[in-house]
Write a new protein. Structure first.
Length: 84
């Protein structure tokens, strides 16, 4: 079990914040292994594994063009400060 942990840590260490930009066979194998073990991949992880294209959804079930900007960034007061 320790050997598996060391191997998975090495794979995780080899990933970068830019891994989603181009599909790498080793990254895809690692992410698919995690998925097979029950881990739910995020949209970016699916892209890195070669399974998703296009931009990530901003909110589940709501098309991007339907969202109001204030829904995402919050309302602003007259002074320009964000409110909750």
């Amino acid at each position: 079990m320790i050997a598996l942990g060391v191997i998975l840590a090495a794979y995780e260490n080899s990933l970068s914040r830019q891994s989603w930009r181009s599909v790498n066979d080793a990254t895809a194998r690692y992410l698919h292994f995690l998925e097979e073990q029950g881990y739910e991949l995020s949209h970016v992880e699916k892209r890195a594994g070669g399974d998703a294209t296009g931009p990530a959804p901003t909110e589940p079930g709501i098309p991007v063009d339907v969202l109001d900007v204030e829904d995402v960034v919050g309302e602003q007061s007259e002074s320009g400060e964000a409110t909750e």
